[in-house]
Design a protein around this ligand. Structure first.
Ligand code: M6R
Length: 608
């Protein structure tokens, strides 16, 4: 997501701090950057699409001298990467400047209201409404205006605001998006992430949801959104800069695994309202969706497995047939699909060459294209007729973890949305599935609480060189993904296979040296999976099972079991992959490998 920095204090020129702070956030990925400073009762702003190295030459040191100041690196969510959409955003009178991290769900409504009141907008962002909203409330007291403004926002936000009329004040607030205050001597630093301020101070206050900070060179006050004072503790940061980038985790992969509960929320944000799925943002006509007869999903690697999960959900809810194709195969096959078909490309980077070519070919012969990318403004997003962003935030580790989770959530949302349009599911049933979707973040947290058990298991199995991952129906994509993760991060040979196919070949591999991981969660075919487990046991194979909380039957058969909470069968892969990610992570660490950058792999495969 975006990076935020801010400064108020004794320096009469904070531009250097802003730029240095933003540089420390570069590792998160971004598409544009900007800064604003108060100078001589005016605000000076520079912002630019691209990197900090594109912004820096535009900064005239004399003109941009000043304090307080705010800075931002943007990872686009609403509105493509462009100079206009870059932050800071200014109010109509250019007396207020604001940076924001997060997503404002009700920005359309607010924008309409503010336009009627005469506000003029210059960007396509959701962020710009916040600065106009604060301007609307502003009567000479910035803190008061922010306090009133934030109460009208729905969604997630960390904001920092300065005013040309109050050159000694910085106001910041947070809701569902991180923000910290660094404490210096007669100076204060604001940042979305600790690395940005570590060079200046190690004393920080971590803001909680619903808190506003009013910072002046001579002190800060922190209140809730009603203005009640809050006493906060000062935390002394002991991490080094590298650990701070990883939020205190040893590796990005682990950090990203732990981000998944929040990612699920972010992908659902603004899209689930009163037990309905609202996805009109994707830009495909409802009439087209209503008449849809079939879907073809194209993707590679982990995204392909997320495609299998999406297929199962669409077939279950919207009741149309779905094919899932590996892009590098699809592109060379004759395009024989026919009828009212939607072609969907799932690609976190939005730049995978084979997926892009597959989408282009399908588009050329006239099929509507939906892209499900994570990166805003990526090629897939630009070329598709409709876009459903996953909003997982930048993924730094080469292994796809949180982006797959976000892709699965996007797939569930689309399936339920389509089912609503096609009326293939009763309101009551849809409501049940939506309610369960909302419980998934908590259920993933419960699995992450078991991290230590998985770590112990990795210790036990770390020296095995061959694994089988087996699942059936809804559980199968999780088996495929478990095998892929283990291969790419630990270089251990692992195969994902439909459990029912075991007898047709892979069973020959089974002996005490080949652990078999079963996705054995509760569901329609669980009895069949249990029979497959018996078959493995009879051949002295070692069994690791992913089972539903409290399932004794599976636990009795398995050598090791990891429990996941119950959920509807269609959602089980989302829970089942989490312990498998952890298992891979710890196996890789125990084997002394670089889990963030495995050999021979690139984060985005832009060549054939
Ligand atoms: O950017 P994409 O989602 O299109 O990437 C697809 C695959 O390259 C990617 O999922 C790859 O398999 C990862 N290494 C999985 O961890």
């Amino acid at each position: 997501m975006c990076g935020i920095v801010g400064y108020v204090g004794k320096k009469n020129n904070c531009t250097n701090f802003l730029l240095e702070g933003l540089k420390k956030l570069e590792y998160r990925g971004y598409d544009s950057a900007g800064i604003a400073v108060a100078n001589d009762r005016n605000l000076k702003t520079v912002k630019k699409k691209g990197f900090l190295r594109d912004l820096e030459p535009l900064i005239n040191p004399e003109r941009m001298k000043g304090s307080p100041g705010i800075g931002h690196t943007r990872w686009a969510t609403h509105g493509e990467p462009s100079d206009e959409n870059a932050h800071p955003h200014l109010s109509c009178e250019k007396r207020l400047a604001l940076v924001h991290n997060g997503i404002i769900e009700n920005y359309q409504e607010l924008k309409q209201e503010l336009k009627l009141k005469g506000h003029h907008f210059t960007s396509q962002t959701d962020t710009e409404v916040i600065v106009h909203l604060i301007e609307e409330h502003y009567q000479g007291d910035l803190y008061d205006a922010v306090k009133k403004g934030v109460k009208e926002l729905r969604g997630s936000f960390a904001i920092a605001v300065i005013s040309a009329d109050d050159p000694d004040l910085l106001v910041a607030a947070r809701y569902d998006s991180p923000l910290v205050v660094g404490i210096g001597k007669n100076e204060y630093f604001i940042a979305s992430d600790i690395p940005a301020i570590l060079k200046e101070t190690r004393k920080v206050i971590i803001l909680e949801d619903g808190e506003i900070v009013k910072a002046k060179p001579d002190g800060i006050t922190i209140t809730d959104f009603d203005g009640n004072l809050i006493e906060k503790e000062i935390t002394e940061i002991t991490w080094d800069a590298e650990a701070a980038e990883k939020g205190g985790y040893e590796d990005f992969m682990l950090k990203e695994i732990h981000e998944q509960p929040q990612v699920i929320l972010n992908t659902m944000r603004g899209r689930v309202k009163e037990a309905k799925i609202i996805l009109d943002e994707i830009g495909l006509p409802r009439e087209l969706l209503k008449r849809l007869e079939r879907m073809v999903i194209v993707a590679c690697g982990t995204s392909y497995y997320a495609g299998l999960v999406m297929r199962n959900a669409v077939e279950l809810f919207a009741k149309i047939p779905v094919d899932v194709e590996i892009s590098s195969e699809f592109r060379y096959r004759p395009m024989l699909i026919d009828g009212r078909v939607l072609v969907v490309g799932i690609t976190q980077s939005g730049e995978t060459a084979d997926t892009l070519v597959s989408l282009r070919q399908a588009k050329r012969v006239g099929f509507p294209i939906l892209a499900i990318p994570n990166v805003i403004g990526s090629s897939a997003a630009r070329e598709a007729d409709g876009v459903l962003y996953t909003h997982a935030g930048p993924e730094i580790g080469v292994a796809a973890t949180k982006t797959m989770t976000a892709q699965m959530v996007a797939g569930f949302l689309f399936a339920l949305y389509l089912a609503g349009i096609k009326k293939t599911i009763s309101d009551e049933r849809r409501e049940k599935f939506i309610k369960e979707l909302l419980k998934l973040p908590r259920k993933v947290e419960a699995i992450l609480d078991r991290e230590d058990e998985v770590k112990q298991m990795a210790k036990k199995y770390k020296n095995y060189n061959n694994f089988l991952f087996l699942g059936r129906t809804y559980g199968l994509p999780a088996a495929y993904e478990g095998a892929l993760k283990l291969k790419e991060i630990t270089y251990v040979h692992a195969e994902g296979y439909p459990a029912g196919e075991m007898k047709h070949g892979p069973i020959a591999l089974i002996d005490e040296n080949v652990p078999v991981v079963f996705i054995a969660t509760k569901g329609e075919v669980q009895d069949k999976i249990i029979s497959n487990m018996e078959e493995v046991k009879a051949r002295k194979g070692k069994i690791i099972a992913i089972a539903t909380e409290g399932d004794k039957k599976v636990a009795d058969l398995a050598d090791d079991v990891i429990y996941v909470p119950w959920t509807f069968e269609a959602y089980t892969p989302l829970l089942a992959v989490v312990p498998l990610q952890l298992f891979t992570y710890y196996t890789g660490k125990l084997r002394g490998l670089n889990v963030d950058q495995p050999r021979n792999l690139a984060k985005s495969v832009t060549v054939e």
